[in-house]
Design a protein around this ligand. Structure first.
Ligand SMILES: [Zn+2]
Length: 88
């Protein structure tokens, strides 16, 4: 079962890949920040070659990973819900 979800930044230059792992007593949410949000959406061969070149020349396609345990994932959920409730 695929659990990944990618959301592009509205500026189309960034993105966040979310995934989760559920196992007995050790549930985690993974967030990976992409400096180039097009990478995930346009995963064509030519695009991957361009990105390989970029990485070989010292660049990175992602800005870092966050691993959130269940408690912190709930904090994130509450914060996003608070935002959504204010804009509705
Ligand atoms: Zn952006």
């Amino acid at each position: 079962m695929r659990t990944e979800k990618f959301i592009s930044c509205d500026c189309h230059a960034h993105g966040i890949l979310m995934d989760y792992s559920i196992s007995e007593g050790y549930n985690e949410l993974y967030l990976t920040m992409y400096g180039d949000g097009r990478y995930y959406d346009k995963n064509t061969l030519w695009y991957r070659i361009k990105h390989s070149f970029k990485i070989l020349c010292g660049g990175e396609i992602y800005g870092g990973d966050l691993i959130l345990t269940e408690d912190k994932a709930i904090e994130l959920k509450v914060y996003i819900e608070e935002f959504l409730n204010k804009i509705k």
